[in-house]
Ligand binder design. Structure first.
Ligand SMILES: [Mg+2]
Length: 330
């Protein structure tokens, strides 16, 4: 049996919604990753979260049974600091508008973290900090206006918590951008540096990126010219998938990371008709309908993949009713 992962030499994973959900591992994910490794594939965990140090991420992954270490965890903070240390001379001053662990990383890279515009920093680096204050944003804005280069680890607009969404790093960037104009250089997904750094560190020739968000993960994979697997264990679902445009479309879909070990969901597309492993979707009079009534999660995903091909080819098609019938897919 050929498996999806067979075409790749490495798999990169987003964390929240892919590997774990809050404090719990996604069902089946630990044994699936063990199997991916057993097949000789390189595994790397990739996270936009720049507030927590890589060691904290490593400890959390290990506590859930994922075998993480320095070599297979990459944070947007690490990517940002790696790039900045290449662009600035050793000893350059960086105003760190982010967490203490980000400042530590800056220091370890041979740069000097500072806190005020009066220190005349060469660069400003913004990153998520739950203890961010308005005076610190003032310093960042003043330093940029005085000519400092402007960088940010990532620009996630929001951060999911048990109580709901709260502002992410993108919120602090927007505040500064509203004051000084323009945009920083950003390293996290969906921007290219994050995944190209993952490729560089692993030496992978043909990696696949697995994510649960279209706007960061799938777009990020596309911008780094990587194939992607969209899993439905996290943020986005079928309604988000069908409306994606070119550059936002996953190469594969699956219920969760276990899809890497299953056969590829192949699809045949003709005029007004698409079929995926026996599930057939047709378009008539502007409406998409299924010729079958799939009852299991896997057959419903087959049907979704067929529907998706039709709508991607003709975004004017109405597939709402066909999607509503796929009651087991998020
Ligand atoms: Mg995620």
């Amino acid at each position: 049996m050929s498996r999806l992962i067979d075409a790749y030499d490495a798999a990169f994973f987003d964390l929240d919604g892919v590997i774990y959900l809050g404090p719990l591992a996604v069902e089946g994910a630990t044994s699936a990753l063990d199997e991916v490794r057993r097949l000789g594939k390189t595994v790397m965990f990739v996270t936009n979260n720049a507030a927590r140090s890589a060691q904290v991420v490593i400890d959390q992954l290990n506590s859930l049974g994922f075998h993480a270490d320095d070599a297979n965890v990459l944070t947007s903070a690490q990517v940002a600091v790696t790039h900045i240390a290449r662009e600035l001379p050793a000893g350059a001053k960086v105003l760190v508008s982010g967490s203490a662990s980000l400042a530590e990383l800056v220091e370890r890279a041979g740069l000097v973290p500072v806190q005020t515009a009066a220190d005349q920093p060469d660069a400003v680096l913004q990153g998520y900090d739950p203890a961010m204050t308005w005076p610190r944003l003032d310093e960042a804005a003043l330093a940029i206006q005085a000519g400092a280069r402007w960088y940010a680890t990532n620009d996630d607009a929001s951060r999911p918590t048990e109580r709901g969404l709260v502002p992410g790093a993108g919120g602090a960037i927007a505040v500064v951008a509203g004051t000084v104009g323009g945009q920083p250089t950003i390293f996290g997904k969906p921007f290219r540096p994050m995944l190209t750094e993952a490729v560089r560190r692993t030496g992978a020739n043909r990696p696949i990126f697995v994510g649960d968000r279209i706007d960061t993960d799938i777009v990020g994979a596309a911008s780094a010219d990587l194939d992607s697997l969209l899993v439905f264990s996290g943020a986005h679902g079928k309604a988000d998938l069908v409306v994606t445009g070119p550059g936002e479309r996953p190469t594969h879909i699956g219920a969760d990371v276990r899809a890497l070990l299953a056969p590829v969901r192949s699809v045949e597309v003709g005029p007004g008709r698409a079929s995926c492993r026996g599930q057939i979707a047709e378009a008539t009079a502007g409406q998409v309908h299924l010729l079958s009534t799939p009852a299991t999660l896997e057959t419903q995903l087959d049907a979704l993949w067929a529907i998706t091909q039709l709508v991607w080819n003709d975004p004017a098609l109405d597939c709402a009713k066909a999607l509503a019938g796929l009651d087991q897919v998020r």
